[in-house]
Design a protein. Structure first.
Length: 255
């Protein structure tokens, strides 16, 4: 996980709008369905009250990097994302917290700007941690067992979905991203990663299960089929969006 620091002064006094997204959390990978990574915290004043910057102040911008996920059932907890921060002597510091990393093994996913999804049968991380007003993110979804679907990571636009029972296209979906047009066109930011989907029985299509919500945001969860796939890692989040990675999975047999 990297952090980039930038310092700047303005040529004059400016009233500005901002969008500050922290790094997304890394995902898990498990035979009970790896949890999706939580999106980084998302804070913006776009379309609202601007903040004033002066030419006599040096401002610091810190850009939080994304967290590394866990592949092939490696025990532990994936890295959470880094915080993104705007600060200066004459403004209130604005901090978006990194997204929670998912856990492989017993215990909850990490809390963060948005919380990580839970591995199968495990609880999720909490979002909006620490608390901000307005909220910077949402909770992850709990994993399910014996259906072996990881919970989706939380996103700026909604909570991650629980793993469910292999009978809904919403099972394990990542929390929705938030659309923002501050750059001139609509872009999705801070989507939660989808949970990993393990299929030990029916080799079904699993349409939509473990998917991220919103294009170009969180990573989709990996879907492993009995007798066909062994380890299937989840998808990466779209870079520079503050989104969470997709959870991985493992089913018996295959390679």
């Amino acid at each position: 996980m990297g952090l980039n620091h930038r310092f700047f002064q303005t040529a004059g006094a400016y009233d500005i709008e901002y969008l500050i997204a922290a790094g997304g959390g890394g995902a898990g990978s498990s035979s009970s369905g790896g949890g999706g990574g939580g999106a980084g915290g998302y804070l913006t004043n776009y379309g609202g009250t601007k903040i004033s910057l002066s030419s006599s102040t040096t401002y610091t911008v810190t850009i939080g990097g994304g967290g590394a996920g866990l592949a092939n059932e490696t025990a532990g907890i994936a890295s959470s994302g880094g915080n993104s921060i705007l600060s200066g002597a004459d403004i209130t510091t604005i901090t978006s917290s990194g997204g929670g990393g998912a856990r492989n093994g017993t215990g909850a996913g990490a809390n963060g700007g948005s919380g990580a999804g839970g591995q199968g049968a495990q609880t999720a991380g909490s979002g909006n941690t620490p608390s901000t007003t307005p909220s910077q993110g949402n909770d992850g979804g709990a994993g399910s067992n014996p259906s072996d679907v990881g919970g989706g990571g939380g996103g700026a636009g909604g909570a991650g979905q629980s793993g469910g029972s292999h009978n809904s296209s919403n099972d394990g979906k990542g929390g929705a991203a938030a659309s923002n047009s501050i750059t001139g066109g609509a872009v999705n930011y801070a989507g939660g990663g989808g949970g990993g989907v393990c299929d030990f029985v029916d080799n079904g299509s699993h349409t939509g299960q473990g998917h991220a919500v919103g294009t170009n945001a969180g990573g989709n969860g990996g879907v492993s089929q009995h007798g066909v796939n062994n380890f299937v890692n989840g998808g990466d989040a779209t870079v520079n969006t503050g989104s969470g990675g997709g959870g991985g999975s493992r089913s018996s047999g295959g390679s």
